[in-house]
Design a protein around this ligand. Structure first.
Ligand code: SF4
Length: 189
């Protein structure tokens, strides 16, 4: 099954994927401070973003309920991730994540839980307010997920644990000085 899941992730568009024990995943509560405005445009605007999403403490409890995770990454140009249309790049992670959730759910007695990258708000709801925060239901329940960073997962430590190159990048970064860029997603199961 394991190799099949990795191959499936690649067939869906991931550039690489690994199966890991959830013991490798580090949650650091202070990391969600990085989401705060002006850190991320989704902060406070989506049910999947801090401070509305589950807390790091709840995330640790959630992760500890799973034994393994399928981690995947997609490569992007730094220019694309820092450009005006960067939401299109992030959308790819959500699409792969939900497809892998469905695949894993079909395999047996699992309740997979996917985590994406970035906020679902600019990717799926753009200028509309988050329907969940308005008391309704998510417009894209099959696709919208919290990001790893929204739960306090240390994505840098995770990337290094699986041997992937990762470079820090913020909105003000000069894309010409970033050697490579990627986004990561994960499905717990
Ligand atoms: S995708 Fe769902 S959770 Fe995300 S902003 Fe839209 S309605 Fe809210």
């Amino acid at each position: 099954m394991n190799q099949g899941l990795i191959e499936r992730a690649k067939a869906l568009g991931a550039d690489d994927a690994r199966l890991i024990s959830t013991d490798v995943i580090v949650v650091e509560p202070q990391l969600i401070e990085l989401c705060k405005s002006p850190g991320c445009e989704g902060y406070g605007k989506s049910a999947n973003c801090p401070p509305h999403v589950m807390s790091p403490k709840e995330a640790i409890f959630l992760i500890n309920n799973y034994h393994q995770a399928l981690v995947f990454k997609t490569h992007h140009s730094p220019e694309a991730l820092l450009g005006e249309k960067h939401h299109r790049e992030f959308r790819k992670i959500f699409l792969i994540c939900s497809a892998l959730e469905r695949k894993i759910a079909r395999l047996g007695d699992y309740s997979p839980f996917g985590l994406g990258a970035g906020s679902c708000k600019p990717v799926f709801c753009e200028k509309s307010p988050c329907a969940v925060l308005e008391g309704g239901e998510c417009r894209h329940p099959e696709l919208a997920r919290p990001s790893m960073e929204a739960l306090g997962v240390n994505v840098f430590k995770l990337a290094k644990a699986v041997g992937w190159e990762i470079h820090r990048m913020v909105r003000s970064s000069d894309p010409g000085k970033i050697p490579s860029a990627m986004l990561m997603g994960m499905v717990l199961f």
